[in-house]
Design a protein around this ligand. Structure first.
Ligand SMILES: NC(=O)c1ccc[n+]([C@@H]2O[C@H](COP(=O)([O-])OP(=O)(O)OC[C@H]3O[C@@H](n4cnc5c(N)ncnc54)[C@H](O)[C@@H]3O)[C@@H](O)[C@H]2O)c1
Length: 333
């Protein structure tokens, strides 16, 4: 199949952590396509994340809700591709307030699929998560054939989006692809993710809180590697296919905390253990051999080095950190 070359891409959630990296990456490439960013600017959407591309003539920002048909229809005008990041994406928030997760992650995805179908867009890519697979024991990895067994309202709502995407391929013959990715880290993070929380606490000499025994295992991937994987799937992916994306960098949460403290020359005694999260998944690990074999993608960054760079980025951007924290405190989802 010939490689797809987009002319105009609608990116949803392009002011968030991963979506903004994708938008900056697309615009920095010296290519002719346009990028439309549709984002509701919830507590985690920050216009400063895309400030460097805001004046580029190939970039348009629309503040709006993926749950609104008319907004989505207008944003999609003349687009030949949709890359869908927008979501409620924080597990703890999904435990205290699951409803917005269902409306944004399930209904919002269905509305986007419907409008993309009506508009006849050529490609629809859904950014999903390895959390849809549930949890693993000490051995084994998730493959694309693993059953969907989500354990939190967040992962259940993302799995709802996965299944809707599958159904639009089977029922309507749409060209939809899905990536299921492991935990991301990097610059412009969402401030309630594990790594930025730990960095912020360590820099302030405050205690670094870890759930339970801190031995939950996550497979970490640098955010730019994730965005390159999405781009490879958009251009070369097989319609209807799911691609696992992971860094092959499994670490216990407590070991991530220790690495951050070591880099900052702070004592491990700052680590504290707090009551575990209900339904907390023990281990995620991704088998990403399919995307490597079929599309030639593999991660470029190694965890320890890119984590150190992330810590340095955080330390070098106190103004961004302060404004992101303030947005989180003053805005509701
Ligand atoms: N962060 C990770 O480690 C990770 C890993 C795998 C997959 N993912 C997936 O990647 C995507 C992006 O995650 P993130 O960490 O960048 O999240 P994020 O919270 O930083 O970004 C989400 C963005 O979506 C926007 N948004 C929320 N509701 C909206 C709505 N109704 N209409 C329009 N925009 C809306 C927010 O304003 C924000 O800019 C999500 O779909 C998530 O499930 C994240």
């Amino acid at each position: 199949m010939a490689e797809f070359a987009p002319k105009k891409i609608l990116v949803t959630g392009g002011c968030g952590f991963i979506g903004s990296r994708y938008v900056r990456m697309l615009i920095s490439r010296d290519q002719a396509f346009e990028v439309v960013n549709l984002d509701l600017l919830t507590y985690s959407g920050n216009p400063e994340n895309v400030a460097e591309v805001a004046d580029n003539p190939r970039y348009t920002f629309i503040e709006g809700d993926i749950r609104d048909h008319e907004t989505v229809w207008k944003a999609m005008a003349e687009c030949d591709a949709v890359v869908h990041f927008a979501a409620e994406a924080q597990v703890d928030k999904s435990i205290t307030g699951p409803e917005v997760f269902a409306t944004t992650n399930v209904l919002g995805t269905q509305i986007l699929l419907d409008e993309a179908r009506a508009a006849g867009v050529d490609r629809f890519h859904y950014v999903s998560t390895d959390e849809v697979y549930g949890t693993l024991g000490q051995k084994g990895k998730f493959t694309e054939a693993s059953p969907l067994l989500p354990n939190s309202p967040y992962s259940a709502s993302k799995a709802g989006g996965d299944l809707l995407c599958r159904s639009y391929v089977e029922t309507f013959g749409m060209h939809v692809t899905t990536t299921r990715c492991s935990n991301n880290y990097g610059s412009y993070p969402r401030m309630d993710n594990l790594i930025p929380v730990l960095i912020g606490k360590a820099l302030a000499d405050e205690s670094l809180p870890l759930y339970g025994d801190g031995k939950q295992v996550r497979d970490w991937l640098y955010v730019e590697d994730h965005c390159n994987a999405i781009d490879a799937v958009l251009r070369k992916g097989t319609p209807g296919d799911v691609y696992n994306v992971g860094g092959n960098e499994e670490r216990k949460n407590v070991d991530v905390a220790k690495l951050i403290l070591k880099h900052l020359e702070k004592p491990e005694s700052l680590i504290s253990f707090v009551e575990d999260r209900p339904g907390h998944d023990r281990r995620y690990a991704i088998d990403a051999s399919k995307i490597k074999k079929d599309l030639g993608w593999q991660p470029a960054q190694k965890f320890e080095k890119a984590l150190e760079e992330t810590v340095e980025w955080y330390r070098d951007h106190p103004e961004w950190v302060a404004s992101a924290k303030q947005r989180m405190e003053t805005k509701v989802a």
